[in-house]
Design a protein around this ligand. Structure first.
Ligand SMILES: [Cu+2]
Length: 244
């Protein structure tokens, strides 16, 4: 039965390919970040979460947008976006489930992909596919205090640091450019931290990276109509979350 034999070989080959692609991602880049002020001092609140770290292949052809859409979730809960920082590959569909007892309206009108899911009710969800790379600053048109970031990256090799500043990225062996981005820092400051990483079979551990966080609160944001929010002044929060 030649046909049967061929399909058996095909099946075995499929298994082999699947396991070899898993082992090709065996090496990891691990490291940690910390935030410091202009004088090199650590902040009082040592929360180093939310730093986006990613690997871009050096010399490789630009990665095409994956045909199969990946999926990620940014919840709306207790008038917050959870997680506050989400990293995804270009082409990922992000669901915005509303788990609050009130309506929300997630939108972005900054750099990165512009979107508006309009007002929607508790226990419903909206989906946005992010096809344009960039840092998408997410707000809610009803609640001025709600903000988040979606880092839309042209690579599947990325991480977001935890509260201790730790991160781990698994990737195949190769030459990479490692980049950082943090909403508390100026883009030209984090750009100086870019470095080359060579990944082989062994894991790579990087020394701690210090990121200078801005002491200047960024400008307050407007609602999606470009107007001020109609909330009491004491409720107003200046982006990215620095209360004045
Ligand atoms: Cu809201």
């Amino acid at each position: 039965m030649p046909t049967r034999k061929i399909s058996l070989i095909g099946g075995l080959l499929g298994v082999w390919l699947a396991s070899s692609s898993t082992s090709a991602l065996a090496a990891a880049v691990t490291g940690s970040v910390s935030l410091v002020d202009a004088d090199g001092r650590a902040p009082k609140k040592r929360d180093y979460s939310g730093v986006v770290v990613w690997l871009e292949s050096v010399g490789g052809a630009p990665r095409p947008v994956p045909a199969q859409s990946k999926q990620a979730t940014m919840q709306q809960r207790n008038k917050m976006f959870v997680p506050h920082v989400l990293a995804v590959e270009v082409g990922t569909a992000v669901d915005f489930p509303n788990d609050d007892p009130m309506d929300h309206n997630a939108f972005s009108n900054y750099d990165g992909q512009v979107f508006d899911v309009h007002l929607y009710a508790p226990q419903t969800s909206r989906r946005v596919v992010f096809r344009r790379p960039g840092m998408v600053r997410v707000f809610c048109n009803i609640h001025e205090t709600m903000s988040a970031v979606i880092a839309v990256l042209q690579t599947p090799y990325f991480a977001v640091s935890d509260a201790g500043g730790r991160f781990e990225i698994r990737a195949p062996a190769g030459e990479y450019t490692l980049r950082f981005w943090d909403e508390r820092s100026q883009p030209d400051v984090v750009a100086t931290l870019t470095r080359r990483v060579t990944l082989g079979e062994e894991n790579v551990t990087l020394p701690e990276t210090q990121i200078m966080a801005s002491d200047q609160p960024l400008a307050p944001h407007q609602n999606k109509y470009g107007r001020e929010y109609t909330q009491r002044p004491e409720d107003r929060v200046f982006y990215p979350g620095v209360r004045r």
